[in-house]
Design a binder for this molecule. Structure first.
Ligand SMILES: Cc1cc2nc3c(=O)[nH]c(=O)nc-3n(C[C@H](O)[C@H](O)[C@H](O)COP(=O)(O)OP(=O)(O)OC[C@H]3O[C@@H](n4cnc5c(N)ncnc54)[C@H](O)[C@@H]3O)c2cc1C
Length: 423
């Protein structure tokens, strides 16, 4: 795809929206807003030089990872016309088995118990990238979407009416609203004056696709091991997507092991309930930390996706939160247009976005962080506590329903709909 700088660079009319970061969250937001608002014009600024060819959607964001999409997120993707193109690449999670290695506690969540065909879907992010890329190409061809590849924001000068954005390339953009979706390390977030709270978990996540000798029967496994939590998510073609939390030295060791040794070590850590592991694909290691901005919005600027919240991947909640960021912003923009506001960056809108996102984000951070801490601790007392907890889940249907709702993202979407229609 050709770079299209001219329309935005020379126009004296401000854009409705500029998105910094064309990764999973930024690209999906662009698609949702452009498909819902026929008059909208926006630009995406993406630092990656690998973006922008037909063969290669954003390598920076759409890498070899797979992610679990909660049932609520899949419903939103369906509503946005994305799941129809993605469903063949997705693998349904019908059961989740949660256990603690070497201890008695275990529990199961079953889709059928919640009158659903699936608790969620696991999908390779490359598939999401490909579908978004094909859809965004149409908007680019229509002149409604401009891309600034291999570029980044160098300065921000907000005035009462507009966000004035200078790019490293020298281009100058003006926009009613700037959405920062640059991932966890976002430099524009600090340029815009957002504060960040950050905590290093001193853990790494090793991820890989694991081939099985038999079908996984759509079961996901979450296991708590002495090194930290380990998740196996069912993937298409009789594979699991593995997320194995390890200390940095162990991660380095397993990263470089010959395949047969790696598979034996994994089998020992995961047990045999998940099946017999036969093959391992490319292994990648990610350092894990919790980063969260203290605000979701400032003057004519909002944060989205990992720039707002960067979580431990063990509960599979990071992108699900981003989907709800996108949902909130799209609903607010629609509502403000219906109320005849044309200013997409007005105070009422950015304030309502912040009010919608912070409670959901804090709840998910608390849930994920508690899981990480509870299940990364090898003390006997903690082991007793968590095993009693897992055991209690089986005895208490209401508690189990609450855990399932959190995992499926259902409560959050219901709460958001109620909140945003009042905003
Ligand atoms: C191992 C692992 C497993 C995960 N599993 C799950 C899961 O099961 N379920 C789930 O919901 N989530 C999961 N996540 C989280 C999920 O991957 C993230 O939430 C998601 O990638 C966030 O997307 P993003 O677009 O916000 O950020 P990113 O994917 O980081 O994309 C940021 C984009 O911005 C660009 N960029 C960066 N800096 C600049 C700049 N200065 N200027 C312009 N562009 C810039 C980058 O090139 C990139 O394209 C997992 C994460 C990891 C690491």
């Amino acid at each position: 795809m050709q770079q299209d700088r001219s329309s935005a660079q020379t126009t004296t009319d401000p854009l409705d929206l500029v998105i910094a970061g064309g990764g999973m969250a930024g690209s999906m937001l662009a698609y949702v807003l452009l498909s819902q608002n026929p008059a909208l014009k926006l630009a995406i600024v993406e630092q990656s030089s690998e973006l922008g060819t037909d063969e290669q959607p954003s390598k920076a964001s759409f890498d070899s990872r797979s992610i679990a999409l909660a049932h609520g997120s899949v419903e939103l993707l369906q509503q946005w016309g994305l799941w129809q193109a993605l469903h063949q690449s997705g693998c349904a999670i019908k059961h989740i088995h949660i256990s603690d290695r070497g201890h008695f506690g275990k529990t199961y969540l079953n889709a059928a118990d919640h009158q659903l065909s699936a608790l969620g879907q696991v999908i390779e992010v490359e598939a999401i990238g490909e579908v978004l890329w094909q859809k965004l190409k149409i908007f680019t061809a229509q002149g409604r979407l401009s891309w600034f590849y291999n570029d980044a924001i160098s300065a921000l000068n907000p005035t009462a009416e507009l966000q004035h954005i200078s790019l490293r390339s020298g281009a100058q953009l003006q926009s009613k609203l700037l959405v920062i979706a640059e991932g966890g390390l976002s430099p524009s977030r600090s340029l815009a004056g957002f504060e960040l709270k950050s905590e290093d978990y001193q853990q790494h996540a090793l991820i890989a696709n694991i081939g099985l000798s038999d079908s996984h029967q759509h079961k996901a496994f979450e296991r708590f091991t002495p090194t930290g939590p380990l998740a196996l998510l069912p993937l298409t073609r009789q594979r699991y997507s593995l997320v194995w939390t390890l200390n940095p030295e162990q991660a380095e060791h397993h990263l470089n092991q010959p395949d047969h040794e790696f598979l034996a070590a994994l089998q020992q850590a995961a047990g045999h309930r998940a099946g017999v592991f036969k093959t391992v694909g490319q292994r990648v290691v990610y350092p894990l930390s919790l980063k969260r901005a203290t605000e979701a919005a400032r003057h004519r600027t909002v944060l989205l996706g990992n720039s707002l919240h960067n979580l431990h991947p063990i509960a599979g909640q990071g992108f699900n939160l981003a989907v709800r960021d996108i949902f909130s912003l799209s609903l607010l923009l629609q509502k403000h247009q219906a109320d005849t506001y044309t200013d997409w960056g007005c105070y009422a809108l950015t304030k309502a976005y912040q009010q919608a996102r912070l409670p959901d984000m804090q709840q998910v951070i608390l849930y994920t962080d508690s899981l990480v801490r509870l299940f990364s601790n090898s003390s006997r007392l903690m082991a007793l506590g968590r095993n009693t907890g897992l055991f209690a889940l089986n005895l208490c249907p209401d508690l189990k329903q609450a855990v399932a709702n959190q995992a499926m993202g259902l409560n959050s979407i219901r709460q958001l709909k109620a909140l945003l229609t009042r905003a």
